[in-house]
Design a protein around this ligand. Structure first.
Ligand code: DQA
Length: 148
């Protein structure tokens, strides 16, 4: 079965409690449950990972990307400056969809720059938790098409 890594960066373990007006009221667990349901429909396997540490995410990528076909990632604030994460993502050579709950282009100016975006097939932002589902939906089809 095709495997997709779903990675959440720093502070996303606080979803539900952290600034709900911006990030919504669902917890990370809630979002992952919805993703797991969707994955079942799509016939893909998900591997979830959250860390507040850039190095731990890089270790996870190095270990698991060789056995995966795609990546959904919300890098949190690492989006804006995480160059070692960017290098690790590039090294995977996997299709990546970058997700943000909030619209990073409508907030502080520093948030609108993503060092990850140039590597990604695309970026979804501002659509709240549903953005993760749309990203997964797209990747499942994209991976299948790339195999042909
Ligand atoms: C975020 C946006 C980032 O700017 C912020 O640092 C986050 C969450 C989002 O999902 O909207 O931690 O990635």
């Amino acid at each position: 079965m095709r495997r997709i890594l779903v990675i959440h960066g720093p502070n996303l373990n606080r979803l539900g409690a952290r600034d709900p007006a911006i990030y919504g009221t669902l917890t990370l667990q809630d979002i992952q449950e919805r993703l797991a349901e969707k994955a079942q429909e799509l016939g893909v396997e998900l591997l979830f990972f959250q860390s507040n540490s850039e190095g731990a995410i890089i270790d996870f990528l190095q270990e698991h990307a060789p056995h995966a076909q795609g990546i959904v990632i919300n890098p949190g604030a690492l989006t804006h400056y995480g160059l070692s994460l960017r290098d690790a993502l590039a090294d995977t050579r996997l299709p990546i969809v970058e997700v943000h709950l909030s619209n990073i282009h409508a907030r502080e100016e520093w948030r609108s720059k993503s060092v990850i975006a140039p590597l990604a097939v695309g970026q979804i932002c501002g659509l709240g938790w549903r953005g993760y589902l749309y990203a997964l939906d797209f990747l499942a089809v994209h991976i299948r098409e790339e195999e042909v």
